[in-house]
Design a protein around this ligand. Structure first.
Ligand code: ASP
Ligand code: MG
Length: 417
């Protein structure tokens, strides 16, 4: 919602659904750019050592973006002749823990929402925010409105949670990297969970976790379509994230290719290959509050081995420092090295459960492009590789083609026409 014009468009769309007989709860995000604008202001004034007290004010500040858009939407709906009422997180209340800037929802009291719905009103609830046990305003992390919406949908046992966003659905991969990427009509919840955690930025990962826990069907669709498109058509557009694995699911082995550049690789060289090594290294990393993703231990030579793992790029310097000063001397490791120029590319698909040889097909495809694989990790429905960052686009494009995800030629012709 970038302008009052866009808010009016949203109001007209909501009114259309309401008039068709649906009870509606709407969870707006801030107006576009607003959260960034607010956080940039805080950054200008930031204290030298920002602590908890600063984080508290960040949430107090950032939450205003959603409060404004929610009230504006209620006004726009009233202008459409509907009854509408907006609530902030604390008014519902949406209870969270106290982890400012990345709080987690603990419970939602749905009584007030239900009572207002019963009177025929459209209920608007601010996205992104909640309130902790002490009454402090909290926010749920960037993109957190997705999670608010799904959580509210779960609390009121909604039929479906429609997420209107700046893309018109979930694609086989990012169309900015592969123009031939296709929109998926349906994707299973499990695949979406993998894609969201592997780097697809369509939905905040927590919203997908929530949807899984409470079995809320989500539909991702475009906020840029005209409000007056046919309702049945709109109800079928975008991508449905579903729990059924019915026949109409696309029968592809691989449904999507995800990638991210957010990680860095750390290698501890020449550590003794004895029991407890992984624990000593990764235990120290965990104690430093750093999350580890892919892990690999090489075969040992003369009783020594190399141990590699990936962390978020933002944690690279801190982790290197921690290992060099505390862990390496204790283990007598030869060296600790970091590499931020890596990326992770993953193929995801529930079809991988019933097909063998999918991973090897991935490895062959990459080898034919001359791309060296540094690390591998797998789950039941996913295979990820860590490669040199400079090959990321090549890898994604080649894999997209290899697993027949490119748009069929006829569709392309129609799109171009
Ligand atoms: N306004 C918040 C953000 O920009 C939440 C959201 O948009 O989902 O991260
Ligand atoms: Mg968003």
């Amino acid at each position: 919602m970038g302008s009052t014009e866009r808010i009016r468009n949203v109001a007209k769309r909501v009114a259309k659904w309401h008039r068709a007989g649906h009870q509606m709860v709407v969870v707006p995000s801030a107006m576009s750019g607003e959260t960034n604008r607010l956080l940039a202001l805080a950054k200008e004034l930031e204290p030298a050592r920002p602590g908890q007290a600063y984080s508290r004010e960040l949430d107090q500040l950032a939450a205003t973006g959603e409060q404004a858009s929610s009230a504006l939407l209620a006004i726009a709906l009233q202008a459409e002749g509907l009854e509408a009422v907006s609530f902030s997180g604390w008014q519902v209340p949406i209870r969270t823990n106290s982890a400012y800037t990345k709080a987690r929802i603990e419970s939602i009291d749905h009584q007030r929402i239900q009572a207002e719905l019963a009177t025929g009103k459209v209920v608007i609830i601010t996205g992104f925010q909640g309130v902790d046990a002490a009454g402090n305003v909290t926010t749920l992390g960037r993109g957190g409105s997705d999670t608010s919406a799904v959580a509210v949908a779960a609390a009121i046992k909604a039929e479906e949670c429609l997420i209107y966003t700046d893309v018109d659905g979930v694609y086989t991969t990012d169309p900015r990297v592969v123009p031939e990427a296709r929109r998926l009509e349906k994707v299973s919840f499990e695949e979406m969970l993998e894609m969201a955690s592997m780097g697809s930025k369509v939905l905040q990962i927590r919203s997908v976790e929530f949807a899984g826990k409470y079995r809320v069907p989500i539909r991702v669709l475009s906020s840029f379509t005209d409000w007056d498109i046919d309702l049945t058509e709109e109800a079928r557009s975008g991508t449905l994230i579903t729990f059924e694995d019915d026949e109409s699911m696309e029968q592809a082995v691989v449904s999507g290719i995800a990638f991210n550049r957010d990680e860095a690789k750390i290698t501890v060289l020449g550590v003794p290959d004895t029991p407890g090594i992984a624990y000593q290294i990764l235990g120290a990393v965990a104690d430093g509050n750093v999350e580890v993703d892919v892990i690999i231990q090489n075969i040992s030579k003369d009783g020594k081995t190399d141990f590699s793992f990936t962390v978020h790029r933002n944690d690279l310097a801190k982790t290197l420092d921690l290992l060099k000063t505390h862990v390496a001397p204790k283990l007598g490791a030869a060296e600790v090295v970091g590499d931020a120029r890596i990326c992770k590319v993953s193929i995801v698909g529930i079809g991988m459960r019933s097909h063998v040889g999918v991973a090897s097909r991935m490895f062959r495809c990459l080898s034919e492009e001359g791309i060296n694989i540094q690390m591998i990790s797998t789950s039941e429905i996913k295979t990820s590789v860590v490669i040199d960052e400079k090959y990321m686009e090549l890898a994604v494009r080649s894999l997209h083609r290899e697993f027949d995800l490119d748009q069929p030629a006829d569709t392309l012709a129609v799109t171009r026409g």
